[in-house]
Design a protein around this ligand. Structure first.
Ligand code: FEO
Length: 394
């Protein structure tokens, strides 16, 4: 159902309570999501983004209840990814000539997805589009936040920044404003979103946010394309992004492992005790990667100053869950984090060296050669693990 967000601007999107996996199966969405589309009805009628493909009929049907589709003057496609553009083909069946404003990369991506020669109007940062009644949309290219085509649009007078993916969260809630929802849930989803999606683009995020702030545009509301809309102290999420984009870390050490016969698990638990004995203030978290949602672990890695990664040796390699985890963190390109490896072995014992190499290649600062334990760790091996924990505690 549509609702007004401010003056003549309405939300016309879709809340997806059921979604549990996003980007195929890459990203968990424990609290669902929303695909936010906005309708501006001034002298000109403007639609900003659409919703994900499976909801295209529902979207167009609901939109037609809000406005005669033929009266939509402009469509703004802030981002070509399918969760925001997926309903365009269905909508354009009804209004094929309507101009679509997007970046030059957006034209390429939309053509790549839908193979249609729609009436594209490429825009650049600073370009303006009058919507009448003295209001304008100002476009800001948001390259690599998080795709090359990403863009934001700012509505003057109402002072709303339509930021698309930036500042969003996968968080379904009927109360669509930040002051109405559980703050812990909200910020957990914000940091998970940043950690899992935006981490590799932190340099771009920092630069772009500063560039937008330098424009000194008054911001009364930030309306992203997922989750709740920021209307209470909207720049609080901008301040969080600046922190997160600058080598963010908390006083946390995270231990991530998989285990076959619990030897590597016992090492993990004993290392944790060693760290805690030496440093009572540091937050220590342990995760068996085979039993924990990978995106939740990534969020914990994002918060960490150090990670310890463990696997026993199997077939001269490591357990496949840990191989997948290492591949995941390689792509995310974390900065300013220390790391080391540990694991049990029976004969050849390659796991610790392999993990160490992968962590180094992923940009972690390796603090030592790691810790190995032969067969099932005995008292002496566990004492070594305890001492190892003490030695790495700051
Ligand atoms: Fe929400 Fe990059 O799409």
């Amino acid at each position: 159902m549509a609702f007004k967000i401010k003056n003549n601007v309405s939300w016309v999107g879709k809340i997806d309570w059921e979604l549990r996996k996003f980007h195929g199966n890459e990203l968990s969405t424990h609290r669902g999501t929303s695909y936010n589309s906005y309708l501006i009805k001034e002298e000109k009628n403007v639609l900003i983004d659409t919703v994900w493909l499976p909801y295209k009929e529902e979207f167009v049907e609901n939109l037609a209840k809000e406005i005669d589709l033929k009266k939509i003057d402009y469509i703004i496609a802030n981002h070509a990814e399918i969760d925001h553009s997926g309903s365009l083909p269905e909508l354009m069946r009804h209004i094929p000539e309507t101009p679509i404003y997007c970046t030059a990369s957006g034209v390429k991506s939309l053509k790549g997805h839908y193979h249609q020669d729609w009436n594209f109007k490429p825009v650049k940062t600073g370009d303006k589009l009058s919507v009448g009644n003295g209001k304008e949309l100002i476009f800001v290219e948001m390259k690599m936040l998080h795709w090359p085509d990403s863009m934001a649009a700012y509505l003057t007078n109402d002072n709303i920044l339509f930021s698309n993916d930036a500042f969003g969260q996968h968080y379904a809630n009927e109360c669509m404003f930040n002051d109405l929802v559980d703050q812990n849930e909200l910020f957990s989803e914000c940091i998970k979103y940043y950690a899992n999606i935006l981490t590799p683009f932190s340099k771009f995020a920092d630069k772009k946010i500063k560039e937008v702030l330098d424009l000194k545009l008054p911001i009364d509301m930030i309306a992203p394309s997922h989750g709740i809309i920021w209307r209470d102290k909207p720049t609080q999420i901008v301040e969080k992004y600046i922190k997160w984009a600058n080598d963010y870390q908390e006083n946390q050490i995270t231990i991530i492992y998989d285990t076959m016969w619990d030897g590597t698990k016992r090492m993990a638990e004993t290392i944790a005790k060693g760290i805690h004995e030496k440093d009572k203030a540091v937050n220590i978290k342990l995760f068996n990667a085979a039993k924990t949602d990978k995106n939740d672990i990534i969020t914990e890695v994002f918060k960490s100053k150090m990670i310890l990664v463990g696997s026993p040796t199997i077939n001269r390699g490591i357990l496949t869950v840990m191989a997948a985890f290492l591949e995941e963190i390689k792509g995310l390109a974390f900065k300013n984090k220390k790391a080391a490896a540990f694991g049990c072995y029976g004969w050849s014992g390659e796991s610790v060296a392999l993990i160490t190499k992968a962590l180094k290649e992923s940009g972690f600062e390796i603090i030592n050669d790691g810790l190995k334990a032969l067969w099932n760790p005995d008292e002496a091996s566990l004492e070594k693990a305890y001492q190892y924990g003490q030695s790495i505690a700051v």
